[in-house]
Design a protein around this ligand. Structure first.
Ligand code: HC0
Ligand code: SF4
Length: 570
């Protein structure tokens, strides 16, 4: 601990923190854009946007990368620091488009709010000339390099955290931006994980906006429009309306979706239970035959795309199960129409997801049944918030309501899919009972919880030691794939999710600006929902049991396989 003076107050502080962090702990906000500190995953990066300048007895310093020394005098908001900050922002704005009102990031843009807070109201620049076209080649992400301010956060996420290594500095001088060398994202090895989108402070990286597709479908009288919501959405949407982080808003979402005009409101959790039926069955098969172990979960589309691009020779390892999003769509266009006396082509399936890769996933040709796509359109948690606002619905005051049935019933096991470790925990609850034919009393696998990048455990099931692992973040996934490749992998089953923290930290969630406390609070919300559910094992879900009885026969049966399984593309 050392002694410093900050804005003339004498404080004792821990000098292992940056000036920016110390100020924050003293409730002093220093504007900053480029710093990216995820202590939980050892990421501590910043470039030099220069916006966080502070005035000290050692001169002007960037507070995000400077540490205090004994008796230092720091002025966070002196005229000198404010002027330096304003200059740094003006420099960024010299090449930045000025179409803020129409930008996808309007109201969510860090540059916009910081410029306003710092009093930038005039710019002595001519309207910058256009340097780059918008790239909307992909189904998931729109890139507008004009709006890149060279903060390099996307580069850190893509190259260091995800190890996809796609983003780099391109061009020179006033044309310099961070991008891929290939102009069309669709032609690259991008996984659409959306972690670059999650940290981009401006409108340079945003999701493909599908809101109009949804309104058009709702207005189409010939379509029966059904909607599913993913596990992680229900503990994050409230943030968009100023509610406490981690608030559970499932019932309010159901009400809001009905008010928006959806014909039926269902739950992806139902399909997560269905996924467990198929995946646990496949796991037990492989465990008994000893073939293609470890089995890798395959419900995260960015992870699937990662392995397809990076290690196609290991594609015998992922489970052939479609993801819950896709299983839901496949059932909503086969079993459900029979119940409703409709044709599959009359159904329109919308998915609300915490993820931008889910948009691409829905478009994959192989994720269809008899040439009918499982899912028609995907919107993110953020897009749903916008629709609710567009419709003038006062979300916080909504009454709670229940999902429609039968695709709305779910167990506690399914809801924890939305956080890292949840899919494996859910699979083990079922696999344990199926293998041992005993009741699993202790359903919580605490060793698989928490946001660490790689977690592992060994479970004794019927005197077999089963080694399991949970991985989040694609850099960690690469590690595990290398172990499989060189024959040192000891696991039998591995859950992989592309986003640090799992879906609660997805690229389509309300922006969390790298604050892992937010991700942890959302995860706690999901564990709370699980704890309060009367049924906590997927195979006990009565609607799932009925679905097999009436339609799918049994897990892994021919019919179930035709509708619920897929193959991977090398
Ligand atoms: Fe997830 Fe999923 S858990 S990937 O994070 O498996 O997006 O929430 O919907 O499909 O269920 C996302 C979340 C899902 C799927 C489920 C899985
Ligand atoms: Fe890289 Fe993921 Fe962004 Fe693609 S979506 S550029 S893989 S961080």
């Amino acid at each position: 601990f050392i002694n410093i003076f900050i804005n003339d107050s004498n404080v004792k502080i821990d000098n292992s923190n940056t000036i920016l962090e110390i100020a924050k702990s003293l409730n002093i906000d220093i504007p900053h854009i480029c710093s990216l500190r995820f202590k939980d995953i050892n990421i501590d990066e910043c470039a030099s946007c220069g916006v966080c300048k502070v005035d000290t007895n050692l001169g002007l310093l960037n507070s995000c990368s400077s540490y205090p020394v004994e008796n230092m005098r720091i002025y966070t908001h002196s005229e000198k620091s404010k002027t330096a900050r304003k200059k740094a922002i003006e420099k960024i704005l010299e090449t930045h488009p000025q179409d803020c009102l129409l930008c996808e990031k309007h109201n969510d843009c860090a540059l916009q709010s910081i410029a306003a807070d710092c009093g930038v109201r005039n710019l002595n620049v001519v309207k910058p000339k256009l340097r780059y076209e918008i790239d909307n080649s992909s189904k998931s992400i729109v890139r507008d390099p004009e709006k890149c301010i060279l903060c390099r956060k996307c580069e850190v996420m893509c190259n260091k955290v995800q190890t996809v290594n796609l983003l780099t500095e391109i061009d020179n001088g006033y044309k310099k931006v961070i991008s891929s060398t290939e102009k069309d994202l669709e032609k690259t090895s991008c996984t659409y994980c959306g972690q670059c989108v999650a940290v981009c402070p401006t409108g340079a990286l945003t999701e493909v906006n599908n809101i109009k597709n949804v309104w058009d479908a709702i207005d189409d009288d010939n379509k029966k429009v059904v909607v599913q919501i993913a596990p992680a959405v229900r503990v994050a949407l409230g943030e968009e309306f100023g509610m406490e982080i981690g608030s559970i808003v499932t019932g309010k979402i159901v009400t809001a979706l009905r008010k928006l005009g959806f014909d039926m409101v269902f739950d992806t959790d139902f399909a997560a239970d269905l996924t467990i039926m198929e995946e646990a069955n496949e796991f037990i098969d492989r465990l008994q035959s000893g073939e293609n172990l470890p089995i890798l979960t395959s419900c995260c589309p960015a992870w699937v795309k990662f392995i397809e691009h990076q290690k196609p020779e290991l594609l015998n390892h992922p489970s052939s199960c479609k993801s819950p999003q896709q299983m839901f769509g496949a059932i909503a266009k086969s079993y459900l129409p029979k119940k409703l006396n409709k044709k599959p082509e009359d159904m329109y399936v919308v998915a609300v997801m915490p993820c931008v890769a889910k948009k691409f996933e829905a478009s994959r040709e192989e994720l269809s049944v008899d040439n009918i796509q499982d899912v028609d359109t995907v919107i993110t948690t953020r897009e749903l918030a916008r629709m609710i606002k567009e419709a003038g619905i006062n979300f916080t005051n909504l009454e709670e309501d229940d999902f429609d049935h039968p695709l709305g019933e779910s167990s506690g096991a399914s809801v924890i899919f939305g956080t890292t470790g949840g899919v494996l925990e859910a699979a083990l609850r079922t696999a344990y009972e199926w293998i041992t034919k005993d009741t699993l009393e202790k359903v919580e696998f605490k060793e698989l919880r928490g946001i660490k990048g790689i977690k592992e455990a060994t479970l004794n099931i019927n005197s077999i030691n089963v080694n399991v692992a949970v991985v989040c973040g694609l850099g960690n996934a690469r590690n595990v794939l290398e172990q499989i490749e060189n024959g040192t992998c000891k696991y039998h089953i591995i859950e992989v999710m592309a986003c640090p923290g799992g879906c609660v930290g997805g690229g389509g969630q309300p922006y969390h600006n790298g604050d892992f406390d937010i991700i942890k609070k959302r995860a706690q919300g999901l564990y709370k929902i699980d704890k309060n559910k009367p049924l906590r094992k997927s195979h006990e879900n009565p609607s799932i049991i009925k679905l097999y009885d009436e339609y799918l026969e049994s897990p892994g049966a021919h019919k179930a396989h035709h509708i619920l399984h897929t193959h991977f593309v090398k």
